[in-house]
Design a binder for this molecule. Structure first.
Ligand code: UGA
Length: 433
């Protein structure tokens, strides 16, 4: 099929690469000329395992092309995916900004020559498609249908999530549209859910707010475990064995971050407020997540005899989670800023995110090699989680014992063997154990 994708961000680029790999002819429209230049040279603007290779393979086959021209791409397309950002400016509870969505759909409408299906992949409030249909009709007389197919990929495992999703949700009101979208997704395994477009849009918000709620529950429980002498890892393992609960997204740590969970919770809180409903549960999740940073700062102070002033603290992992260079709403950034307020001297390591981190942090010394960073340091602190980079997980603590000045380990995501570290003479604290 002939497809066009609007936006070469995370969702757009991955969607384009995946559908082109199935033999479809895909054009990606991106307004940022610099980005297009790079993509044409085979450079992917962010780190995502396997994506560069997949883009290069399908660009060489001419199944995947990049352009900044709606005029060139839209008339030839049967299905057009809108994958533009819908940021929420106020992360406490604001409406998502749909201006990119409205701009993109206007440009699509102005360039339609044949009937087409426009699929909204961006995360948008339920009911948006009805408004978009009215809006687009102002700019075209050509027939079109709107649908909503939300994206559930995770950064760091984007290709695996896209080639093997748990489900494909197709939100559409027209039977022929549903048939065509089912055909397009034929080679993709996973369950199918056909529903109306508003439900599809709500499924995305519901999933992206339920998961951080689950994480936040584990974090609160972890604090209680510390007080009552239980071990959160054992507790969540036991909970997860119940099929109704499930083991995933129960890893306690610094809290959730990233470009999606904080933004989507804020949007849902804002949408609820607009609809006259006070979503107290999600507000509590936001507040509790924020408080996790101070929990860790207090822990560090306690292990450093009450003060971290002038202590050299090495933070391992800067991106919002391991496996990505994405720094958006990274917990490591909030953590580092709080530690700096208390006078700590920060050294930081990350295999791929240092260039991005430099844009957000000041007075930080950066290292690629964790052993160099930890030479003469007082505290080792795990930054990104929950699984952590292999090189940080498998550190040689016998060697570290010799080169570190202090022997404090703050294992923010419980990735180390606490008994082994204690035996070696480290002062160890994880979370909830
Ligand atoms: C999230 C969702 O998981 C995807 O399904 C969704 O498609 C995506 O948002 C999106 O809307 O685009 P992502 O933000 O890439 O994906 O990353 P996650 O792996 O979900 O992690 C989000 C945050 O939760 C990270 O800060 C991570 O450290 C934290 N987390 C995750 C925990 O604190 N504990 C856990 O057990 C799992």
């Amino acid at each position: 099929m002939n497809l066009t994708i609007i936006g070469a961000g995370y969702v757009g680029l991955v969607t384009g690469a995946v559908f082109s790999d199935f033999g479809n002819k895909v054009r990606i429209i991106e307004i940022d000329q610099e980005k297009i230049k790079k993509l044409k040279k085979g450079e992917v603007p962010f780190y995502e395992p396997g994506l560069k290779e997949l883009v290069a393979k399908n660009t060489a086959k001419k199944n995947l092309q990049f352009t900044n021209s709606y005029q060139e791409a839209i008339p030839k397309s049967e299905i057009i995916f809108v994958c533009v950002g819908t940021p929420t400016k106020n992360l406490q509870g604001g409406k998502p900004d749909l201006s990119y969505l409205y701009e993109a759909t206007k440009s699509i409408a102005e360039n339609l020559k044949e009937p087409a299906i426009i699929v909204v992949k961006s995360t948008v409030p339920p009911g948006t498609n009805m408004k978009l249909a009215e809006w687009m009709k102002k700019f075209t007389k050509v027939d079109f249908n709107l649908a909503s197919v939300p994206e559930f990929l995770k950064e760091g495992t984007a290709l695996e999530d896209s080639f093997h999703p748990s489900r494909v949700v197709i939100g559409a009101e027209n039977k022929l549209v549903i048939k065509k979208l089912l055909l397009l997704h034929k080679k993709i395994p996973g369950k199918r859910l056909i529903c109306n477009s508003s439900s599809a849009q709500m499924i995305k918000y519901a999933s992206n707010t339920f998961l951080p709620m689950k994480i936040t529950f584990a974090n609160s429980l972890a604090i209680l475990c510390e007080k009552l002498g239980a071990d959160i890892k054992e507790v969540t393992k036991g909970m997860g064995m119940d099929k109704r609960i499930g083991p995933l997204f129960l890893d306690a740590g610094l809290g959730y971050g990233g470009s999606c969970f904080p933004k989507d919770i804020a949007a849902l809180v804002g949408l609820a407020e607009n609809a006259g409903f006070d979503f107290k549960l999600m507000k509590a999740v936001q507040k509790t997540n924020e408080e996790m940073i101070n929990h860790f700062v207090r822990k560090t102070e306690k292990l450093c005899q009450g003060s971290i002033k002038d202590k050299v603290i090495v933070v391992l992992g800067l991106a919002f989670k391991p496996g990505t260079s994405d720094m958006r709403e990274s917990r490591s950034v909030s953590l580092i800023k709080e530690l700096q307020k208390k006078g700590a001297l920060i050294r930081a390591c990350d295999p791929v995110a240092i260039p991005e981190a430099k844009k957000l942090l000041t007075n930080v010394e950066y290292f690629l090699d964790p052993y160099k960073a930890l030479e003469g340091a007082d505290v080792l602190m795990v930054g990104s989680g929950p699984y952590s980079w292999e090189e940080y997980k498998n550190l040689d603590f016998v060697k570290l014992k010799k080169i570190m000045k202090g022997k404090v380990v703050i294992d923010s995501w419980n990735i180390y063997n606490k008994d082994k570290l204690k035996k070696l003479g480290f002062t160890y604290e994880g979370i909830g154990r």
